[in-house]
Design a protein around this ligand. Sequence first.
Ligand code: DC
Length: 221
Amino acid sequence: MIIAIDGPASSGKGTLARLLARHYGLPHLDTGSLYRAVARKLLRDGADLGDEAAAGRAARALSAADLDDPGLRDETTGEAASIVSAMPDVRAALLDYQRTFAHQPGGAVLDGRDVGTVICPEADAKLFVTAAAAVRARRRADELRARGKAADEHRILEDIEARDRRDTRRAVAPLAPAMDAHLLDTSNLSIEAAFEAAKAVVESAVRKAMAERPPEKPAGL
Ligand code: DC
């Protein structure tokens, strides 16, 4: 079973993806971490973030160790990831890895911006997770404060809105719900309630897929 979860920054999609993966015993890929790792490499090398050739090279040279870098979750890296992710060469370099991950035996859960539209249009269940920008900014600020970091909620809101604009307006694989995605607005939902709603979507998708499967012919016919 392949579960595709897309949505804007801090919508809760990552938390839901992890919970669903654990519940169904499936491997999980946070596809945003790939773009973050590319951005991190460029920042570390002091390269220009607008240098598409350098970004493409960094994407092609990505290794598993790059995904373990604790600096990937930084705000600066997220912002830079949003810039490099608009580059067609970077997206092309990361496509096969994501598709292979999704199609491993037993399936997987992937979350990102274009999983249901580009990476896995054939996914068994698709969720598009949203929340009001102000709610996402508050969640992000709470998360930073819980880690002992300072958080300016107004500034975070501006950054989130700028990132939404960039992610939805880019020419390649923009952030958008797939036609067959189930929309889940988590603005007024607790994590537990959002998880229950997400599980209900997955279970109804599985029932639908079973019902549409052609009946098996009895042996010997
Ligand atoms: O989900 P995130 O905040 O870790 O993503 C960081 C950036 O990476 C985001 O602003 C857009 C980009 N991204 C993307 O373009 N496609 C994906 N499938 C995942 C992330």
